[in-house]
Design a protein around this ligand. Sequence first.
Ligand code: EPU
Length: 417
Amino acid sequence: MEKLMISGGRPLQGTVQISGAKNSAIALLPAAILAESEVVLDNLPQLSDVAVYTEILEDLGAKVSWAENQIKIDPSQIRSIPMPNGPVKKLRASYYMMGALLGRFGEATIGLPGGCNFEPRPIDQHIKGFEALGATVTNEHGAIHLHAKQLRGARIYLDVSSVGATINIMLAAARAAGSTVIENAAKEPEIIDVATLLNSMGASIKGAGTETIRIEGVKEMHGCRHSIIPDRIQAGTYMIAAAATRGNVLIDNVIPKHLEALTAKLVEMGVKVEELDESIRVIGASSYGHVDVKALVYPGFPTDLQSPMTSLLTQTEGVSVLSDFVYSSRFKHVPELVRMGAKIRVEGRSAVIEGGQLNAAKVKASDLRAGAALVIAGLTVNEGITEVSGVEYIDRGYDHLVTNLRELGADVWRQAE
Ligand code: EPU
């Protein structure tokens, strides 16, 4: 086990390259199962969650070769082997194996997913979708078993516009007989990325990125080459870190439109943000005004940036209120920030944050984005060393974090616990 050591107080300066999106990658990897020939993914992030997914695909019989930012998946020998335990338990997004295996083989057994447990995360909408497509779904000792002789297209209205359920239903419906319509679909950019890959593999999906997605089932799908979209959450985290340290950072290889909700809030606080074609420059200021933030589904402010934003809001003058309307209790970072001297109280689904200086402390990341929040908090501290344990969570979503921060001038290193 390792921890991150941060000697803060230095403004971040320079350029950081953003890698491919984690939440796309871990849906695109299982999507490859639907093809009969090789799928090549470029701009792949080097993350522990991606490594776990490649292990799952190999266990199923895929030939996988992964070199730096490119992965080649030959799914021609894949079988739907039951996976009640093993690597599927390490990853929340292993739920995509359900849609992909069901879509290709009409059969799957997948252990209930693990991952970041910041609050109960149901999958009832995924199951509702599979059942609407004609699958029988049973829970057998903690593993979900899915079976369908022939999946048939259906009209599915999602009670909540869930990213995971939208993608999972697209995976299952891509090769089903007839037409599927997903209403109240999630609109996140990662959904468009998955639909783009599936269409390049021969699927017929229209409307991804809107609340109505239409899928015409096809009999066969084939390999292709696809480049993963940039990680908007990783980019947003560096934008927030640049502002929090009052630095000047060019965040490169991003789609600025994906970050509009964050950009608007930063500007409202008094941060200077310049949007370029594929990059964003963030220039911090000596003082910031307080702002209220509501985390919502896309294109609203992303829940995944809510925890990092909490750290930035400790640097403002006055009181800010940050509410999360996607996950009502995603506040495990708050008690850790309070250890660092932050004045924050949680009221229902909101954190009420009073600005003030933070102090160095020993803190623990309990999930990926909570970890990012603590790193940002540590970077703002002027004296002493902040120690962040639980680095394994941070490694799930931020590749080359220490190298990137060091290149931006931060004094950060890993140390054995
Ligand atoms: N929900 C249900 N039933 C379901 C599915 C979701 O009630 O069947 C609820 C959830 O409890 C939540 C809301 O719907 O309140 C939205 O959940 P969603 O399904 O959209 O989340 P997810 O697909 O499980 C993905 C990302 C998360 C990100 C959310 C929201 C992946 C693997 N994960 O999760 O990313 O927070 O969308 O944008 O794509 C992260 O990267 O740190 C992370 C947690």
